[in-house]
Ligand binder design. Structure first.
Ligand SMILES: Nc1ncnc2c1ncn2[C@@H]1O[C@H](COP(=O)(O)OP(=O)(O)O)[C@@H](O)[C@H]1O
Ligand SMILES: [Mg+2]
Length: 289
């Protein structure tokens, strides 16, 4: 069995020596922030979809981003990964200001995201999707690399793609069109594609949405394995029982603002969080425990 496929037994924090913040309040400083937002606003007309005074995502831990529909979670991901334009304020990745950079420049720095609606190209094979993702993440112009150098590079990328397809149980689908994958397999492909660039941080937008419970467990194991391998994970998820299983830290957004931060125990009991979910017209906080 390849090491990546082994079940991860450690509870989330035991896999790292990370020390969580001493306090649980919105905008609290973290010991080792990898992604930082300050005064970050995205306006659509008079409406502020994101309005974050202060937010730090800690390196080496798994952070869940929760909040009712329309809270601004995806918009925050878009701003942090260069897929949308920031109206005010800035994001930093490690010590570098990334606001204004293209998404492929941010990917090259090490922050790669997935999409709520998977972006696999249905008329490319699964393997081609992997190789294409790598080009997109690095913003490469093909004509700049050619000949032996190109072939070596291509060989290396194919190896990485094969390893990842193996890890995500998609090897048997490598030469099939991505359009033939099941919804769950597309979610796995979406994660595998994100890892082509060997990111130091992944931002996963609802990786569990629409997958069956068994696959959901598998995806949670992949999230734990990413952390065990040293990758920082920020993921958007509604289901508190899933959040509780893997996250070291939870951040709740509502109406564009950070209304709570803390461990899942703290945030799950927070009255502002419960009110935000109750007040939302589309879907409450789900918790099957
Ligand atoms: N391009 C856009 N134009 C106008 N409004 C938008 C746009 N993108 C998002 N919004 C609005 O911003 C709010 C936050 O959306 P989103 O970030 O997708 O929420 P979440 O991911 O938390 O469900 C919603 O009210 C949404 O309708
Ligand atoms: Mg969303």
């Amino acid at each position: 069995m390849p090491p990546e496929a082994m079940p991860v037994e450690a509870t989330p924090l035991e896999a790292t020596s990370a020390v969580l913040p001493a306090e649980s309040r919105p905008g609290v400083s973290k010991p080792n922030p990898i992604l930082t937002a300050r005064g970050l606003v995205r306006s659509f007309g008079a409406f502020k979809a994101v309005d974050i005074q202060n937010l730090e995502i800690q390196q080496g831990v798994i952070t869940a981003l929760i909040g009712p529909n329309g809270a601004g979670k995806t918009t925050f991901f878009n701003l942090a990964t260069g897929f949308d334009d920031t109206s005010e304020g800035s994001c930093w990745f490690q010590d570098q200001r990334i606001t204004g950079l293209h998404n492929y420049q941010i990917a090259r720095l090490g922050a790669v995201r997935t999409f709520q609606n998977t972006r696999a190209l249905t008329r490319l094979t699964v393997m081609e999707n992997m190789l294409f993702a790598s080009q997109q993440q690095f913003g490469e112009r093909l004509h700049r690399v050619y000949g032996a150098k190109w072939r070596r590079k291509e060989q290396k990328e194919k190896e990485r793609a094969r390893e990842l397809l193996d890890r995500f149980a998609l090897t048997h689908m490598a030469d099939e069109f991505a359009g033939t994958l099941s919804g769950g397999q597309r979610k796995l492909l979406e994660m595998a594609r994100a890892l082509m660039a060997e990111p130091t941080m992944v931002l996963l937008d609802e990786p569990l949405a629409g997958v069956n419970p068994a696959l959901g467990e598998t995806i949670l194991e992949h999230i734990l394995a990413l952390k065990a391998g040293g990758t920082t994970v920020l993921f958007i998820e509604h289901d508190m029982s899933a959040v509780r299983k893997v996250s070291d830290w939870v951040i709740c957004l509502a109406e564009g603002r950070v209304i709570a931060e803390g461990t899942h125990g703290e945030v799950g009991q927070n009255q502002l969080v419960l009110d935000a979910y109750l007040g939302s017209t589309r879907g409450g906080m789900s918790d099957d425990e």
